[in-house]
Design a protein around this ligand. Structure first.
Ligand code: ZN
Ligand code: ZN
Length: 327
């Protein structure tokens, strides 16, 4: 299993290695081939039913050097899947040892600015880094319009770069999705479902399934029974959190509106009791005058399972065990 710990993951290459091995083994039956066989068997066993989550951004619209805008990367079945692309997503990817051209599939929870403001950078910089094929951006109603506007916004830049070094078109595709399976291949299934973030409608959450492993990302929502239905006994639930000192809420009606469409600690404790994930990680950390410790205490008063705050560049390895590392 330790082989999977490397960012140059053997899991990413293990399918390729199987074909390389078959090819080589047929041509040569020397000792090196048997070593290759051992490698293939080991990596297949170790990497089946294994996913890795990297929290690229655990913040909100507030500019913060510790918590960049919402972005969560999942590596499963040798592919990368990026959920939201908030401020600084490309910088965090680079810090995680991943270049932007390696990202080809993005899934947006909703179109609030803090979930999309890093998308243009990811797209254009990945193109400059010679991404092979499209950047495909799945998202709720409005995504295609946003993608068309991005193309317009960068028309001059694309023209200059194409003229200078003969880049091909900066391929970008918007795919509007609704509840249901939005991506499926022989290994990975991604399901979108609606959550409660009115007046943002629809706001989506996503569930990724790979073999026995599963991860749910709540996006922005208050308590959502639909999320509970989709997240029961999931391996990892990545859920947003908000909290504020009561005097601040009383003094500021705008703040109470913000709180109303996010999830407060008592609501999260309820969600966790109803879903029972193996691990719950809080992201989109929106706190007003309260500490993370006090928020965690409130949640743990109502829920005894494994729960903690996420941090940018935290890596969560999900297999038989769930290990948490930081870059
Ligand atoms: Zn948000
Ligand atoms: Zn939002």
């Amino acid at each position: 299993m330790k082989f999977c710990l490397s960012r140059i993951s053997l899991c990413t290459g293990y399918q390729t290695s199987i074909w390389l091995f078959v090819d080589q083994f047929l041509a040569c039956r020397k000792r090196v081939c048997y070593i290759s066989l051992a490698y293939v068997v080991f990596t297949s066993l170790a990497c089946a039913d294994y996913v890795e989550v990297t929290l690229l951004g655990t913040g909100t619209p507030r500019p913060s050097i510790e918590r960049f805008g919402s972005a969560t990367l999942i590596e499963a079945g040798g592919q990368y899947f990026l959920f939201d692309a908030g401020r600084g997503a490309t910088i965090r990817l680079q810090q995680a040892g991943i270049t932007p051209n390696q990202i080809q599939k993005v899934f947006l929870t909703h179109l609030h600015s803090d979930h999309i403001s890093g998308l243009d950078d990811l797209w254009i910089t990945g193109w400059i880094y010679q991404r092979e094929g499209d950047l495909t951006v799945h998202g709720p109603l409005g995504t295609e319009n946003m993608i068309d506007s991005m193309r317009t916004m960068y028309r001059e830049d694309i023209g200059y770069r194409t003229a200078n070094v003969g880049h091909e078109d900066a391929y970008l595709q918007g795919v509007e999705v609704t509840s249901g399976v939005v991506f499926e291949d022989s290994l990975v299934k991604i399901t979108a479902f609606e959550v409660s973030h009115q007046p943002v409608e629809p706001a989506l959450a996503y569930r990724l399934d790979f073999g026995k492993r599963s991860v749910v990302i709540s996006g922005d929502t208050t308590y959502s029974s639909n999320l509970v239905n989709h997240a029961k006994n999931v391996d990892v639930l990545i859920h947003e959190i908000t909290d504020a000192r009561s005097e601040l809420v009383k003094r500021n009606p705008r703040l109470s509106k913000i709180m109303a469409y996010h999830t407060i600690p008592q609501q999260l404790a309820r969600v966790l009791n109803e879903t029972r994930p193996r691990l719950a990680v809080m992201n989109h950390v929106l706190l007003f005058g309260v500490s993370e410790t006090s928020v965690l205490n409130k949640i743990q008063q109502g829920y005894q399972g494994r729960v903690q705050f996420g941090a940018d560049l935290m890596r969560i390895q999900v297999g038989e065990n769930i290990n948490i590392l930081s870059h």
